[in-house]
Design a protein around this ligand. Structure first.
Ligand code: GLY
Length: 374
């Protein structure tokens, strides 16, 4: 990592801490997602306690606790975790995003402090995820809503919860499920050119692959950039936990496609790399997530390749900060320019909590001080 980039990341981290403390002062126990008129509301009341992003604020706080040791971050993160207990007990709406929700809260709490209850909450969430495995099709079903045959690329981040559970319990079942699922995703969603589909549909009774389906990108055959980012980071993480070089090769293939695509647009990804030229809509969350994935890849490749992935990641993070950071301490949300979905114009280029999370993780990765949420 270049010294000038490390120095820059240190300066950004100081500003970020100041802003997060200001936000904490306004939030109480609310779970933040997208500010309205510059102020966070409680997304659990608007979208439910099971909303897939409900862990990210906790994860961001654990990152800051790990690097500073300040109790204020730990205490606020635990408040977020306790609120999510309701989702576990309610069960009804639980989906595959238990990884996003509890890796950032209970599992992070356990890793940071050894808290016993947090450990069991993490294992409970992992067991729910394992229970979604379709043994005929070898996939983890993503959602409910009468869609027992749908798999989505985002799942590559969630299965880290299974790798963690096997490490902890020395029981290979969780890891075996994660690997089988990763193989299915690789086969049916990662394309030859390094682009990635969002949804694969299977017959849940026979396990037969049916088709790729369009989700949050432009179309079924296009390349939703956040989905591509989930693949970059997710396959790099599957390599980290299995050391199967096939996963690293896939992570690099998708990362190379991603880097080639963002090099045309100032290192800010469009929402979909294969959408029509107009309208031009961007998604900072895709870039920041992919950048963290590229820095994970950099850990596992040769020195020559490492520089390429690190430099690409830094280009993305710095370009995003320059264009989209909001350092006004009186307004909530740090990184703007995130987009939920191509066909959801009400969320075009807004601040979303996962952009802030991946910006924080990205800064800490540049500094070599990230906390291992994943
Ligand atoms: N996991 C849902 C999304 O990326 O929007």
């Amino acid at each position: 990592m270049k010294e000038t980039d490390v120095q820059w990341a240190g300066e950004m981290l100081a500003k970020l801490e100041e802003k997060v403390k200001a936000e904490l002062g306004r939030l109480g126990d609310a779970i933040p997602y997208m500010p309205h008129d510059g102020k966070y509301t409680d997304v659990a009341q608007e979208r439910g306690i099971d909303w897939w992003t409900n862990g990210f604020w906790g994860g961001l706080l654990w990152q800051l606790y790990s690097v500073t040791g300040e109790d204020v971050y730990r205490d606020a993160a635990v408040v977020q975790e306790k609120r999510l207990d309701e989702a576990l007990y309610r069960f009804r709406d639980i989906h595959h995003d238990v990884g996003f929700m509890w890796l950032h809260t209970a599992v992070a709490h356990y890793k940071a402090t050894g808290d016993e209850q947090a450990y069991y909450t993490g294992l409970h969430a992992a067991t729910l995820l394992a229970g979604r495995f379709n043994t005929v099709g070898n996939y983890i079903v993503a959602w409910n809503d009468n869609k027992p045959g749908w798999v989505i690329i985002d799942s590559m981040m969630n299965i880290v919860l299974l790798y963690w559970a096997s490490e902890q319990t020395k029981d290979p079942r969780f890891k075996t499920i994660a690997k089988k699922h990763a193989d299915t995703v690789a086969r049916y969603l990662v394309r030859e050119d390094g682009s990635v589909g969002h949804i694969a549909s299977f017959d849940p009774d026979t396990g037969e692959f049916l088709e790729q389906i369009g989700g949050q990108g432009y179309s079924a055959s296009s390349a939703w950039s956040r989905g591509n980012a989930w693949a970059v980071y997710g396959f790099a993480l599957s390599y980290k936990y299995t050391r199967n070089s096939y996963y690293l090769m896939l992570a690099k293939r998708v990362a190379n496609y991603f880097i080639a695509s963002v090099s045309r647009t100032g290192y800010i990804p469009r929402v979909d790399f294969q959408a029509p030229e107009e309208p031009k809509i961007y998604d900072t969350s895709a870039g920041l997530c992919a950048a963290c994935g590229m820095m994970e890849i950099a850990k596992w490749v040769s020195r020559e390749e490492r520089q390429f992935y690190e430099a690409s990641a830094v280009n993305i993070i710095r370009a995003t900060e320059e264009k989209y950071a909001n350092w006004n301490m009186d307004e909530d949300g740090i990184i703007g320019g995130a987009t939920e979905a191509y066909h959801r114009p009400s969320t075009y280029e807004v601040p979303l909590i996962y952009s802030d999370y991946f910006f924080t993780e990205g800064l800490l990765r540049i500094l070599g001080k990230e906390f291992p949420i994943w």
